[in-house]
Design a protein around this ligand. Structure first.
Ligand code: GAR
Length: 193
């Protein structure tokens, strides 16, 4: 799907925590040439630090606790449809969306994952990469399908693991690259050459 003219993709960003990728995507979306417009922030955690960006950038937010996942997903689908959302960016969203949810937004959900997929799907990626004495890790932007961290890869960036790296130092290095990679992947998908 390529974008023409001024029509920007109405985007919802899903977060669970700090929201540095959210902040970065908001800044990207504010650029004139950006193909996205962030309309909604959705979180499964009412204490997510990243929710502060809702007020700062005047973007509507909603939180759902996911205790009843089926019901909450139904409510989210309704809310996204009401707002004509046509792109969902998962950005540090730590819940696994159901097959039904994904089916409702087929091909319209992106995720950023802090590893070189297909390596290190799931959690504790940095710890596992270091433990396995990998020379490189990195980050991946991919389409979301019903199989965890397995959808088609859009872009990846490699990051060298130094001998002295800990999961914390490595996560910081990778996060810097995530902030470059996510906008680049979105532009690759939706901007005219
Ligand atoms: C990021 O490193 C993101 O790749 C990761 O969580 C962090 C969120 O940081 N996502 C996952 O692990 C998803 N499985 P942020 O809240 O500062 O954007």
């Amino acid at each position: 799907m390529k974008l023409f003219g001024l029509h920007k993709l109405k985007t919802a960003v899903f977060i669970s925590g700090t929201g540095s990728n959210l902040k970065n995507l908001i800044k990207f979306s504010l650029q004139r040439k950006s193909p996205i417009l962030i309309k909604l922030i959705i979180s499964d955690n009412k204490n997510a630090k990243g929710l502060v960006f809702s007020k700062k950038y005047k973007i509507q937010k909603k939180t759902y606790n996911f205790i009843n996942k089926r019901k909450d997903e139904k409510k989210i689908i309704k809310f996204l449809r009401k707002n004509n959302i046509n792109l969902i960016c998962l950005a540090g969203f730590m819940k696994i969306l159901s097959k039904n949810f994904i089916k409702n937004f087929k091909g319209k959900i992106l995720n950023i994952h802090p590893s070189l997929l297909p390596k290190y799907k799931g959690l504790n990626t940095h710890f596992r990469a270091i433990k396995n004495k990998e020379k490189f890790s990195g980050c991946t932007v991919h389409f979301v399908t019903s199989k965890l961290d397995s959808g088609k890869i859009i872009l990846q960036k490699r990051v060298k693991i130094a001998k002295k790296d800990t999961p914390i130092t490595l996560s910081k290095k990778i996060l810097v690259q995530e902030h470059l990679l996510y906008p680049k992947a979105i532009s690759k998908l939706f901007t005219n050459p």
